[in-house]
Each structure stands twice: as C-alpha cells, then as structure tokens.
Design a protein around this ligand. Structure first.
Ligand code: FES
Length: 104
C-alpha cells in the first residue's frame, strides 16, 4: 500500500508502506526524516505531526484524548492535524495523502 507524502519543501513522494506499522514508522522508514518522532511513538512529543487530506478523515481511527491534548499545544494545528504515530497503517489507507506539518 502506498503513502503519498508532501514534505515541508513542497515536494511530493510516494512511499511503499508496510502494514502493521504506524504511519509515522512508515514515513521514517521511507526516508522522511523531517518526521523526527522524538518520543518513538508514545504520543508525547508531537514531532510526528501531519495534515491528513480531508478525503481520508473517515478512514482514520478516532483521536484519543492524549493525542488531542498534545496537538492542542501545537501552534500549527489545523482541522486535519493528526499525530502519525497514532495511526496504524494498513491496506485500508492505501493511497492516503499526508503533508508534513511545519516545525512548531
Ligand atoms: Fe512522538 Fe508521535 S512520535 S507523538
């Protein structure tokens, strides 16, 4: 399954994702190093912040209170903000479009 990602410099890339890993792990494995993921995916750093194309909102798992709280601390939060470590990746998200959020 494919992840379409737009990096901070505005370039788009398609990454082959592995099911069973989070979206964050797939982005990093695909070489998107600007996703720092400093906390390793435990929902405490917000350096895995992405904007998910609205067309995919319904396919995403609901946001936990922790994710919501952490995103609230970001000045770059938008209506389609998510922490990519909190999104399990699989075939249902094949073709998803995400944009790396600006550094906060
Ligand atoms: Fe730290 Fe997602 S990797 S919150």
């Amino acid at each position: 399954p494919i992840i379409n990602v737009t990096t901070r410099d505005g370039h788009s890339r398609a990454i082959e994702g592995k099911p069973g890993r989070s979206l964050m792990e797939n982005l990093r494995a695909g070489g998107i190093e600007e996703i720092l993921a400093l906390c390793g995916g435990c929902c405490s750093c917000a350096t895995c912040h992405v904007y998910v194309d609205e067309a995919w909102s319904a396919a995403l798992p609901p946001m936990s209170e922790d994710e919501d709280d952490l995103l609230s601390t970001s000045g770059a939060r938008e209506g389609n903000s998510r922490l990519s470590c909190q999104i399990p990746f699989g075939p249902a998200l094949d073709g998803i479009e995400v944009t790396v959020a600006p550094e906060d």
